[in-house]
Structures are given as structure tokens and as C-alpha cells.
Design a protein around this ligand. Structure first.
Ligand SMILES: [Zn+2]
Length: 320
């Protein structure tokens, strides 16, 4: 060897699904933000969504799989309706890779006295790391414990109303574990602030996914955030109140047209039965690999960009 500097090679990490490790390039079409099981939480907001009809959900996942769906990220963390045992059963029976999360959702989805909200940042980080490295809380005594594959955090509508302690704990865990962090935003608000916060706490912007950003379809902001390295998640395809024809679809067109398809991830975020096709004739999970994919093709978006937005980007982010 002469004095040529060696180029550091980044070895992709295995992606942690509820059934064990998966190679990032085997995930296929991936819904970047969804919910496939939510149990009723006594004491939480009575209007919180519940998804607990196993057979309907399984059928929905099977249809997703049959139409070419490969994986999805489930965004329900511990304490607000997650059940890792059931996620594992759904994954096994449907053959869809489900990637579970740890972290925290909005305050209203928990009972008033839920322990996490009065814990210290270090206890929060310890809990998140144990769910990533060892087992989801509810599966730790199972013969085959289920592990989380990413961290989800939720911002409230103002920074002051968001839990600084939970954000600090989550950022600390994300920095240590180098794990993807999905950030729930209230209609895109505080996105810039969240990115700066995590960056200042040592989390690589390339590990951040800002959720529901198409509810704030400011193209200049989206391009700035993409340049900073984060992924932007869009999911209002079936939410008429956000006028997807006027906002979401033009946003996708502009972002791909200007070369930012490597920073956009698509999802359907179906946290309610009305969206499920097996339960109430909604569009269903399978619309991502069918209708949505077809429309992207019809728009003239390249096969490569479509592949990135429908799985490639999130897989890359999960694998580091
Ligand atoms: Zn969601």
C-alpha cells in the first residue's frame, strides 16, 4: 500500500423487522408511515383511533403483499396501543415486513399518569435503547422477543407544549444507536426547529424523517430541508381536507422535477378503519403499490425516482 488515503466504506446495517433482521435491499415497496394495530388505551383521548380487528387487518396486509407491497413502518410506540406480539403475528401470516417503533407519540394518546412523561431524559434514552437492542416492553418475556427498528417522536403544535425531556432522551438514544427517527409534526409545523434540535444533539440529519410535511406544501422549505439531508414524508393521498390534488401531487411533481426524489418518502398513514378496504371500502394499504404507483408512472416520473420514494430512500435510511 502506498500513501493513498483509504476511503471509508459504510457497511449497510441490517434492518430490524418484528421477525428479525432483514437486508435493506430486500424490503421492496415500503410504506414509510402507517399503523396496522392500535389497541384501546384506557384513560387516553376517547377519540384516539383504534385498529384491533385482526382478520380485517391481516387481509389488508395480504392484499398489500399480493399487489407488490413488501414492508411498512408501524408508527405506534409503547403505551399508546402498540402490541408487538400481534405485529409479529400479522407479519408472519401476511409475509409483509413490519418494522415496529419505540419512542413516543402525542401526549393525548396516553393515560394521564403514563410513566414516560415524568421520567428523566436518561431513563427515556435507556428505555428506547432497550426496545431497540433487546425487546419491546410487551414482548420481553416472549420466547422470541420483538425489537424496534426505529424511533418515533411526536411534536405538539408548539415547541413549548412538546416534551423537552422526551425529545432529549430520544435524541440521546438516536445518537447512540444511529437509528432512524420519524418525527411527527403537526401539519409540518416546527419542522425546521426539530431538524436543528436533533442536529445540535448529534443526530445525523440523514437519519431524520419529517412526517406529514405535505400538509405544509411550501416547496422552498421542502427543498431547503432536503438539502440539509433529511427525508420528507408525504401521506395525504386520501385526505380530502388537505386537497391532495392542489397540494400533494404538485409537490411530488416539483420535488422530483427538481432532483429531490432521493429525499421524499411516501406513505398512506391509515390510522383509521375508514381508510381500510377490507373494513369500510376505503382505498386500502394496497393502493400504494397500485394506484399511487401507477399515477407516479403516468406523471412521467422515472422508474428510479419512483423506486426511491416507494422504499429505496427509507431502506437506505434504516440501513445507515
Ligand atoms: Zn401516523
Amino acid at each position: 500500500m502506498t500513501g493513498t488515503p483509504s476511503i471509508p466504506v459504510k457497511i449497510p446495517r441490517q434492518v430490524q423487522s418484528v421477525l428479525g433482521e432483514r437486508s435493506y435491499d430486500s424490503l421492496g415497496i415500503t410504506d414509510a408511515h402507517n399503523h396496522v394495530w392500535i389497541e384501546q388505551v384506557p384513560g387516553a383521548d376517547p377519540a384516539a383511533p383504534v385498529l384491533d380487528h385482526f382478520d380485517n387487518i391481516l387481509e389488508e396486509l395480504q392484499a398489500y403483499r399480493a399487489e407488490g407491497g413488501g414492508s411498512l413502518l408501524d408508527c405506534q410506540p409503547a403505551g399508546c396501543g402498540r402490541n408487538g406480539r400481534i405485529l409479529a403475528q400479522l407479519s408472519k401470516k401476511s409475509m409483509v415486513n413490519i418494522i415496529a417503533c419505540t419512542g413516543f407519540h402525542r401526549r393525548k394518546y396516553y393515560p394521564p399518569d403514563f410513566w414516560l412523561f415524568s421520567a428523566s431524559p436518561s431513563r427515556v434514552a435507556e428505555f428506547i435503547l432497550s426496545e431497540l437492542n433487546t425487546a419491546l416492553e410487551e414482548t420481553k418475556d416472549e420466547p422470541q422477543p420483538v425489537r424496534a427498528g426505529f424511533i418515533k417522536v411526536a411534536l405538539e403544535s408548539s415547541w413549548d407544549a412538546s416534551s423537552g425531556i422526551l425529545l432529549e432522551g430520544a435524541a440521546d438514544a438516536a445518537r447512540q444507536a444511529k437509528t432512524l427517527v420519524e418525527i411527527h409534526t403537526e401539519k409540518g409545523e416546527l419542522a425546521e426547529k426539530a431538524v436543528i434540535y436533533f442536529d445540535e444533539h448529534g443526530v445525523d440529519p440523514a437519519k431524520l424523517v419529517l412526517c406529514h410535511m405535505d400538509k405544509r406544501p411550501d416547496i422552498c422549505l421542502h427543498k431547503e430541508l432536503a438539502r440539509f439531508g433529511v427525508l420528507l414524508e408525504y401521506d395525504t393521498f386520501y385526505r380530502p381536507k388537505y386537497e391532495p390534488e392542489a397540494n400533494l401531487w404538485p409537490l411530488i411533481e416539483k420535488m422530483t422535477g427538481e432532483g429531490f426524489s432521493d429525499h421524499v418518502v411516501l406513505a398512506t398513514d391509515m390510522a383509521e378503519y375508514a381508510m381500510y378496504s377490507t373494513y369500510s371500502k376505503g382505498p386500502g394499504l394496497a393502493s400504494l403499490p397500485t394506484k399511487i404507483k401507477m399515477r407516479l408512472t403516468d406523471m412521467g416520473i422515472s422508474e428510479n425516482s419512483i423506486q426511491q420514494m416507494l422504499g429505496g430512500n427509507i431502506a437506505r435510511c434504516l440501513a445507515g
